[in-house]
Design a binder for this molecule. Structure first.
Ligand code: FDA
Length: 316
């Protein structure tokens, strides 16, 4: 009983995990221009430039080195080193103090899926990145991937927070479990990035209906705003941005005790508007060569993004 847009979403999410298609599309000559809007470049240099522009326009930044589902330990080390490099470069450019530019990590890119030792490999790599972030005065947030990894990611979060209490996590309102996870994490010093969730999840673990996902988002946000942690409101949804403002006000929070977050290239005018009224506004900047999975998930979320992509194809 899928409607056309749900069908499109399922198809694109299926494509996001298709390795052959990835190889074709990543190497196609049109790709560079088309991805440019949503990806902050292929290199550290380009990401640094995009981050500087955002900071110059009163926005905070979190950078994400693209890559997921890493299948060999060397790739995981390469990803770790990319983070160490960008942290060093951002610090040299004076962008890391007080968390102005922080980093977001996917544990699967750091080795989480590498068999029996995967979690330990990912944890060790994440530790190296957290230490480097601490050295330059900034923070780290763990992205959340599909539901089969939620418990593992939260246990890595727990371990990392023993040494670096500011390590943040992403929670996804489409999962039934998330209200409880919000309760558990709404504590002093805890940074929680709440999003709707972007993976294809079964009915046994996740709301399927958009309205239910949105309602869950509001319940989760209320818990976070009323709690003692630091809520990070990651959504482009105008209604949820409005509700976040009201909930923060009701909970007597001042403007710097929570922040809004959006993805690079999505609703940039709204990002600037929020920054101009004194809200903290952070932009998620993915960069690197492995943009395929990321871009496909953005297409699945919004047909207009798909149109943009296809127009790029047609004109090349
Ligand atoms: P949704 O896609 O439902 O859109 C709601 C409304 O927002 C639309 O009706 C429209 O009004 C507006 N809107 C959305 N896109 C627009 C566009 N391109 N132009 C204009 N208006 C637009 N997911 C995950 O599973 N794990 C993770 O770790 C993360 N991390 C993450 C970090 C950050 C900072 C963000 C912002 C998001 C994530 N996500 C994520 C992705 C998240 O789960 C979700 O898929 C997207 O943010 C899209 O959901 P929205 O909340 O924007 O609402």
């Amino acid at each position: 009983d899928l409607n056309p847009s749900a069908l499109m979403r399922q198809t694109l999410l299926g494509m996001s995990r298709n390795d052959q298609l990835r190889q074709v599309i990543e190497k196609a000559p049109f790709s560079r221009d088309v991805v440019h809007r949503f990806v902050g470049g292929a290199t550290t240099e380009e990401a640094l430039r995009v981050a500087t522009e955002l900071v110059d326009t009163h926005r905070l930044v979190t950078v994400d080195y693209l890559g997921e589902d890493t299948v060999d330990p060397q790739m995981a080390e390469h990803t770790r080193d990319a983070y160490l490099e960008i942290l060093a470069r951002m610090a040299e450019a004076g962008l890391t103090q007080d968390g102005t530019v922080e980093v977001s990590l996917k544990l699967s890119a750091l080795g989480q899926a590498l068999g029996r030792d995967g979690n330990k490999i990912a944890l060790d790599n994440a530790r190296a990145i957290c230490q480097a972030a601490a050295n330059v005065g900034t923070t780290v947030t763990l992205d959340m991937e599909d539901h089969t990894t939620t418990d593992l990611t939260l246990s890595v979060l727990h371990d990392l927070r023993q040494d670096w209490p500011w390590v943040g996590a992403v929670l996804q309102s489409y999962l039934y479990r998330t209200e409880q996870d919000c309760r558990d994490l709404a504590t002093e010093g805890s940074r929680v990035r709440l999003c709707k969730g972007t993976y294809k999840e079964p009915e046994s673990v996740a709301f399927q209906d958009k309205t239910d996902v949105d309602k869950s988002y509001v319940r989760c946000l209320k818990i976070l705003m009323e709690g003692d942690g630091y809520p990070m409101v990651a959504t482009h949804d105008p209604r949820l941005v409005e509700i976040a403002t009201v909930l923060a006000d009701k909970a007597d929070r001042d403007a710097d005790s929570f922040e809004f977050q959006m993805l690079l290239g999505i609703r940039p005018e709204e990002q600037l508007r929020l920054a101009a009224i004194g809200a903290k506004m952070r932009v998620y900047v993915p960069y690197g060569d492995e943009w395929y999975g990321y871009l496909m998930r953005r297409m699945a979320e919004r047909p207009a993004n798909l149109g943009f992509f296809l127009r790029g194809l047609a004109t090349k």
